[in-house]
Design a protein around this ligand. Structure first.
Ligand SMILES: Nc1nc2c(ncn2[C@@H]2O[C@H](COP(=O)(O)OP(=O)(O)O)[C@@H](O)[C@H]2O)c(=O)[nH]1
Ligand SMILES: [Mg+2]
Length: 204
């Protein structure tokens, strides 16, 4: 089974920590020492996760974030089941951009489950940066969405929790699960047809 059951997209300003979040989650590592590498267009990762004892393949699209690539980014969040919209609590600019993505998502992908993610928690905890985005404003905005997580890709804090909540929410969504089951059945039928055809033509 190679196709994805759930499609997750990461949105947010450049440098906010989207790629680091995906790398921490998928590879359990953090590349703090390496120079910043801008994501071009988007990158894709896949991982198998469990919810309620069942396996699900999740596909994660990490987008570029810069305005330069905005039209392209739209292509990636079309059909997404969930979106992680990132901001840095120490940057009002990144919060303004998050609000922009929330508006976009609401108009384009009504069904998409939205999760707000404040990044680089370790820097806040260590006092290396100061919070600029007030907590009460974040709480107000979070109410209309599936949740808010304050994560650190450096320590890993709350990263697995965020992705697990997404998979649990998707797995509990009856309408979405109906589509997943139908697609799985179709895939099994297609595979069976392909295998029987290959057997017919195989001369060995
Ligand atoms: N201390 C710390 N730095 C982070 C964290 N996440 C990302 N960074 C750093 O922030 C910069 C931008 O991260 P990146 O993931 O490339 O951001 P993107 O442009 O949103 O994909 C990089 O230098 C990362 O090392 C974090 O949780 N803690
Ligand atoms: Mg990136």
């Amino acid at each position: 089974m190679s196709r994805c059951d759930f499609k997750i997209v990461l949105l947010g300003s450049e440098h906010v920590g989207k790629t680091s979040l995906v790398l921490r989650f998928v590879n359990c590592r953090f590349n703090g020492g390496t120079p910043y590498q801008n994501t071009i267009g988007a990158a894709f990762c896949a991982k198998t996760m469990q919810s309620n004892g069942k396996d699900f393949n999740i596909g994660i699209w990490d987008t570029a974030g810069s305005e330069r690539y905005e039209a392209m980014t739209r292509m990636y969040y079309r059909g997404a089941h969930a979106a992680i919209v990132c901001y840095e609590p120490s940057s009002l600019e990144s919060w303004a951009r998050l609000r922009h993505w929330l508006q976009e998502l609401r108009t384009v992908e009504e069904e998409c489950k939205v999760y707000l993610c404040g990044t680089k928690k370790d820097l806040l905890d260590a006092g290396a940066v100061t919070r600029e985005v007030p907590e009460d404003i974040v709480a107000t905005y979070s109410q209309g969405h599936r949740g808010h997580f304050l994560t650190s890709s450096k320590t890993g804090e709350n990263v697995d929790e965020l992705f697990q909540k997404i998979v649990d929410d998707c797995a509990a969504d009856m309408r979405l699960m109906k589509n997943v089951e139908e697609l799985r059945l179709q895939l099994m039928k297609d595979e069976a047809i392909y295998k029987s055809k290959r057997k017919d033509f195989c001369s060995c």
